[in-house]
Ligand binder design. Structure first.
Ligand code: ADP
Ligand code: MG
Length: 256
């Protein structure tokens, strides 16, 4: 993909945790409106890659651009200045993230969970923010649950609220880190449906998932990671069906 039009460009990124190289020279770029799926075994660096893109972790080598901006920096003339923590927090809002565990605020209702971020950050009238939140609840099929607390919702419903909450910040890019891995099997479909609709609406998405059927249907491009490296990348029909690398083949055989 072209670095000039890409919404995310990861260039030669490495990330260490002590002596462990969690990411080893990873490069990836995602065009607007595309769905990038990432597959790979546990410990291969998938979450670390998403966390670096979302600036929950700092990278040790390489560079990441999101929406044209070098993350962690701002440009002043010809010079790059490292961002302060509050500036990083603001820059991070371009990206919405949905985690394996729903991580909603348990003392807040569905609606309160969704409006919390926009009320603190977006500086728009409460009425508009609530109207937007209701539209999002509608979109994830949970308008009637606006006043429910997380404990009153199923895992699938909580995850749909988590998606609505991320969307409320109007991100340009959505990152999903195994969003259905913690769900009972019968609840997986409702979350994938919301993600499918989101992809169809043109949202740019990076999705770490073991749901290979979903990946095959929705992804424009799939990468297989192992031991902190991208081992193989290509169309879903290549990587998921006729992979060229033995490691990818073994992984897919183990997941199916
Ligand atoms: P995946 O999401 O593919 O399962 P991770 O990105 O979570 O893999 O982890 C990649 C490697 O980095 C693993 O070996 C993991 O133990 C290690 N790791 C991840 N986060 C940390 C951390 N905060 N501190 C130390 N090691 C970590
Ligand atoms: Mg992970």
């Amino acid at each position: 993909a072209d670095a000039d039009t890409a919404i995310v460009t990861v260039a030669n990124v490495s990330k260490f945790f002590g002596d462990l190289k969690a990411l080893n020279d990873v490069s990836l770029s995602v065009e607007p409106g595309m769905v990038q799926c990432i597959i790979g075994p546990s410990g291969s660096g998938k979450s670390t890659l998403l966390r670096c893109i979302n600036q929950l972790e700092k990278i040790d080598q390489g560079a990441i651009r999101v929406d044209g901006e070098l993350i962690g920096y701002r440009r002043v003339g010809d010079e790059l200045h490292e961002l302060t923590d509050p500036e990083i927090a603001r820059q991070r809002l371009v990206t919405g993230m949905v985690f394996q565990r729903f991580n909603l605020f348990n003392h807040m209702t569905a609606l309160q969970n969704i409006i919390e971020g926009p009320l603190t950050v977006l500086k728009r009238p409460r009425k508009e923010i609530v109207a937007d939140a209701m539209a999002l609840l509608e979109r994830v099929g949970l308008a009637e649950k606006r006043d429910a607390y997380p404990s009153e919702l199923s895992g699938g419903q909580q995850q749909r609220i988590a998606i609505a909450r991320a969307l409320a910040m109007k991100p340009k890019l959505m990152l999903f880190d195994e969003p259905t891995s913690a769900l009972d099997p019968e609840l997986v479909g409702e979350v994938l449906n919301v993600m499918r609709d989101l992809a169809a609406s043109g949202m740019t998405m990076i999705v770490v998932t073991h749901e290979l059927g979903f990946a095959r249907e929705v992804a424009n491009d799939v990468v297989f990671m192992d031991k902190g490296e991208i081992v193989e990348r290509g169309t879903p029909d290549t990587v998921l069906v006729a992979p060229t690398q033995a490691r990818t083949r073994d992984f897919i055989a183990a997941v199916l």
